[in-house]
Design a protein. Structure first.
Length: 271
């Protein structure tokens, strides 16, 4: 009986030891809060120095004018975490947002590093901003503002688009319903330029069957140019400016995170 009891105690001790090791290992896999504090933390090196500076100034201006904080974190690996848990851990560990308002947002981006790799992004929203930025809107921002640009390795534009929308939502300049209306039909009409282009090419090719003149060839190139012009636009430009500040802000640096908390609100996507 005594041997069995000692064996049980030994097993529990070993289990607790390994649990501590694993917990400590995972805790270390979350980046430490930056010192000096900053809002743009590009650990994956996907942004240029100028892009980081532009985004940092924009976010600092927003923090100074509203007290809302948006932290951007890029990493090359999530170290076993899901994107959502990684973002929530960052939010809690760094205490993004103000303690009284829980008005922080964390954007985590793990870029696509190879053809076989999968890029992942997640927007975690603090308690206080969840009514202004519900999960469905967070998902729409990831899908509409970020991933289309991330697919082309244009990380700066995707991030800038996303924070512009988040700023306006958090500041109450637009409502989630207004943003939903603006982007709600994009999924249907995004194919319209290609349909128009296809029709033009079919018509021009049928004309070329009767005539091989230079004019018909020129018409084909005109159709291709028109289709490119129609398809190249994006609704994101409508959300490009936050009235409380911008990339031209020339004030001081970021003063630090304020003790915000996160409760599970947010959404993400992959490409």
């Amino acid at each position: 009986m005594r041997i069995k009891r000692h064996s049980k105690i030994f097993s529990i001790t070993i289990l607790m030891f390994f649990s501590f090791i694993i917990a400590n290992a995972f805790g270390q896999s979350i980046p430490q809060r930056p010192n000096p504090p900053q809002l743009v933390n590009d650990f994956a090196n996907i942004l240029t120095l100028k892009e980081r500076s532009t985004l940092e100034k924009k976010l600092v201006a927003f923090n100074d004018s509203t007290s809302n904080q948006i932290a951007i974190v890029t990493v090359r690996s999530l170290n076993g975490y899901t994107p959502s848990m990684f973002a929530f851990e960052i939010g809690e560990k760094w205490q993004v947002g103000q303690k009284k308002f829980d008005n922080g947002i964390v954007i985590v981006i793990k870029p696509k590093l190879s053809s076989t790799d999968r890029g992942q992004a997640f927007i975690a929203v603090g308690y206080g901003l969840e009514p202004a930025i519900p999960d469905a809107i967070g998902k729409r921002i990831v899908d509409n503002e970020m991933i289309p640009y991330f697919r082309r390795d244009n990380y700066y534009q995707g991030i800038n688009n996303a924070i512009s929308v988040l700023m306006q939502l958090a500041a109450g300049e637009i409502s989630s319903d207004e943003y939903k209306k603006q982007t709600g039909t994009s999924g249907i009409f995004s194919f319209l330029p290609f349909v128009i282009l296809l029709i033009l090419i079919i018509v021009i090719r049928s004309n070329r069957g009767r005539s091989h003149s230079i004019g018909s060839n020129a018409s084909l190139w005109t159709a291709l140019w028109l289709g490119s012009a129609l398809g190249g636009g994006s609704h994101s430009g409508n959300w490009g400016n936050f009235s409380g500040g911008g990339s031209g802000f020339g004030g001081g640096g970021f003063g630090g995170f304020g003790g915000g908390s996160f409760g599970g609100g947010g959404a993400g996507g992959s490409w």
